[in-house]
Design a protein around this ligand. Structure first.
Ligand code: JFZ
Length: 429
């Protein structure tokens, strides 16, 4: 499909944010990937759909939702202070149709239908305001497996489960009677909402996507719309799980990402990525101008799986020690080449060299900048660095890493440039 416009959020905070926390939490978290002895091999928040659980049965899960261990204040504080994140996106209503906030238009919500009577969106919104971190909400606008007129994906269904014919539904009625009133609620009850993360636009017409956008902007004009509102609309582009675009992308974009293979909690998914690869992914995405939205799936009691906390702590250490080389960096105009163990980010008069494997020395061939000073972001120590002409007569910047750093990984060197931007020149040959 031809893309004839460059998505632009027009929101400086989003362009500078680089790293955020996604939270997938809902009734599916109670099942944790298993229902009546059957395990799902698909992402766990899809379990109602994948295992064909009837609405009347699934609804009953709400009776058990009582998350004693959920502490929004502590979670948000850690996201901001320890993990270095700049925004949080929480599932206000996923495809299952259950509202994780106090909705007036449907009692199928976390305050009215559960024994805990807690408004989770409010708890998170309050904490985000307290710690000064942006707060956005995921809202499944097309799929709703609880509303008779909401769309149901058949991708995961067997032949005998295919009674849900989307063409017989009055989707517009669902939009008018559930989606729009609920959007109005989440945009008026919780203060500033930085973005609405719409998702899986299946079947929506362009007009219907536009109706949702118009509603959001009429209430909060600065609220950003994710690209998954569909029909080439939306303010920025979202990729698939951990997917980095193969070509440079001019507009604003974001990579939503899991740390294992599911968004909602699944007790049997132990396929955790290691912290080093997540650090590398984050910086690689930042270097190409994107934001990384890293997911956690709290358990039914609100606890965050300890494996994901450990990863976030390690990534957080890198992010907070090297924040200058991450936040508010600009997209690299050129990727000089795929360097083994190195990523670059830049800002006005600065080139940041992120080092991910033990190295004595690095030659940044083709780099024609003049470096006035080089130092470790971690502690400000000077690093020896010269701009030279290689034996072949080509421009090159060479860095000698400090002796004690040569067997280390995960650190960043800032090169102060005499020029405004990194300059890369082709080989003269
Ligand atoms: C969607 C949801 O179905 C899923 O449950 C989760 O919330 C995730 C963040 O978003 O799944 C998608 C949607 C689109 C793509 C990948 C996963 N995509 O375009 O590659």
């Amino acid at each position: 499909m031809k893309i004839d416009r460059i998505p632009d959020t027009k929101q400086q905070w989003f362009k500078e944010a680089k790293y955020g926390l996604f939270i997938h939490w809902g009734l599916y978290s109670l099942l944790a990937g298993e229902y009546k002895g059957k395990k799902t091999d698909h992402i766990s928040e899809w379990i109602m759909n994948s295992l064909g659980i009837p609405v009347e049965e699934y609804e009953k899960l709400a009776d058990q939702f009582n998350p004693d261990h959920f502490n929004a204040d502590e979670l948000v504080r850690r996201a901001k202070e320890d993990w270095g994140m700049k925004y949080i996106v929480f599932t206000s209503k996923h495809h299952e149709g259950f509202a994780m906030y106090h909705s007036q238009i449907s009692t199928y919500n976390v305050v009215d239908a559960t024994p805990c009577h807690r408004d989770i969106v409010k708890e998170l919104a309050d904490a985000c305001r307290k710690y000064g971190i942006k707060f956005g909400l995921y809202y499944s606008q097309a799929q709703d497996w609880h509303d008779p007129n909401g769309y149901v994906s058949h991708a995961m269904k067997t032949e005998d489960q295919l009674q849900d014919d989307n063409t017989k539904k009055d989707f517009q009625a669902y939009l008018d009677n559930k989606v729009k009133p609920q959007l109005r609620e989440i945009l008026t009850q919780y203060g500033e909402i930085c973005l609405i993360w719409f998702d899986t636009p299946m079947g929506m017409t362009k007009d219907q996507s536009q109706e949702c956008i118009d509603l959001v902007k009429s209430i909060q004009p600065n609220c950003i719309i994710s690209g998954r509102i569909g029909n080439q609309l939306g303010d920025y582009m979202t990729t698939g799980d951990n997917f980095i675009p193969r070509l440079p992308y001019e507009g604003d974009w974001e990579v939503p990402a899991t740390m294992n293979d599911t968004w909602g909690y699944n007790k049997d998914d132990h396929n955790w990525k290691d912290a080093d690869s997540i650090i590398r992914l984050l910086v690689k995405i930042n270097s190409r101008g994107g934001n990384y939205l890293l997911n956690i799936g709290p358990k039914e009691n609100g606890e965050i799986p300890k494996e994901s906390m450990e990863i976030l702590d390690k990534v957080g250490k890198y992010v907070t020690e090297n924040s200058e080389g991450i936040f508010a960096t600009e997209k690299m105009d050129v990727y000089p080449y795929e360097l083994d163990g190195v990523e670059f980010t830049c800002k006005k008069k600065r080139l940041y060299v992120h080092v991910f494997k033990p190295m004595k020395r690095l030659e940044i061939l083709n780099c024609a900048n003049h470096v006035s000073r080089a130092y470790l972001l971690r502690d400000g120590r000077d690093v020896s660095c010269v701009s030279e002409i290689s034996c072949e007569g080509d421009p090159c910047v060479s860095i000698e890493f400090p002796r004690d750093m040569r067997n280390q990984r995960n650190y960043c060197v800032c090169l102060e440039l005499e020029e405004e931007k990194p300059v890369f020149e082709p080989l003269r040959g």
